[in-house]
Write a protein that binds this ligand. Structure first.
Ligand code: MF3
Ligand code: CO
Ligand code: CO
Length: 263
């Protein structure tokens, strides 16, 4: 298994910039998430914004992905392809932006309400955000990657929601997806009840991006070979941040508004 990279001070500075640009792209697009807008229009606004900031959208042509962002609506879990679908009041839509700037990637996503929230939409979006925050707040110096999934699954279970198991967070840097796979759930391997995974070390950078379902955890892949949906058609929501481990804690590199303390 290839080792988890420890980023240099120079790489960390570059990552701060690509991550802040990805977060700024989400802030730019938020007021455009309205009934009647198509996901293609959201795609084009994000694409042009990234190009105007000397960056590239990492998803475009990544393993054949045809667009510049992912837009995942309602029962879509992730990797929705922007197109002619117009958003309707009461929809929820996840927008996932990855910016490639000066040789490094920054990755973040949020789930938005379109018009006034539906009760179920409100619930799943709130719980998905709580799950991401629990994963982030579980990070400690000398902690383990396994702490992340344990914290996320505890919150999801508390609200009787489920965690998608097929897609994970990931190391990120010069490559879009690096080691390790960051699991959002607890694993039981080799008879251990709490496998802890690798130790967190200063200079590691990775995403946490739990996909949380209102119904069962099972998913299906659509015939377009990208769009992932819940098997039971229940709503699914997701939030994602890119995070740096520091000697004293962590820094959420895609936090634009100072929501998280820098540790
Ligand atoms: N941004 C997604 C992630 O969080 C990956 C999208 S891959 C794509 O890892 F090909 F669908 F763009
Ligand atoms: Co990601
Ligand atoms: Co992403």
């Amino acid at each position: 298994m290839p080792a988890i990279k420890i980023k240099t001070a120079e790489e960390i500075e570059l990552m701060r910039a690509s991550c802040q640009l990805a977060a700024l792209t989400l802030k730019m697009i938020e007021p455009h998430v309205q009934p009647g807008v198509t996901t293609q229009q959201l795609n084009d606004l994000c694409h042009d914004f990234l190009i105007a900031h000397n960056a590239r959208p990492s998803p475009l042509n990544y393993r054949g992905f045809p667009k510049s962002i992912c837009t995942s609506i309602n029962q879509q879990v992730c990797h929705g392809i922007p197109g002619p679908r117009a958003l309707r009041a009461g929809d929820i839509v996840n927008i996932d932006v990855t910016a490639y700037l000066n040789g490094v990637h920054g990755d973040t996503n949020k789930t938005y309400h379109v018009g006034p929230p539906s009760p179920k939409g409100e619930k799943i979006v709130q719980i998905a955000k709580k799950c991401l925050d629990a994963g982030i707040r579980a990070l400690r110096p000398k902690g383990y990657f396994g702490d992340i999934g344990a914290a996320i699954e505890a919150v999801a279970n508390h609200y009787r929601c489920t965690v998608v198991r097929e897609y994970c967070g990931h190391g990120i840097g010069r490559e879009f997806h690096e080691e390790p796979a960051v699991l959002h759930y607890i694993t039981k391997e080799n008879g251990d009840t709490l496998p802890r995974g690798a130790e967190l070390k200063p200079g590691m950078i990775f995403t946490i991006e739990p996909m949380i379902n209102l119904g069962k955890a099972d998913i299906r892949l659509m015939p377009d070979k990208w769009t992932v949906v819940t098997k039971d058609h229940s709503l699914s929501a997701q939030f994602e941040h890119t995070i740096l481990i520091t000697p004293t804690g962590y820094e959420v590199l895609t936090d634009l508004d100072g929501e998280y303390e820098k540790g």
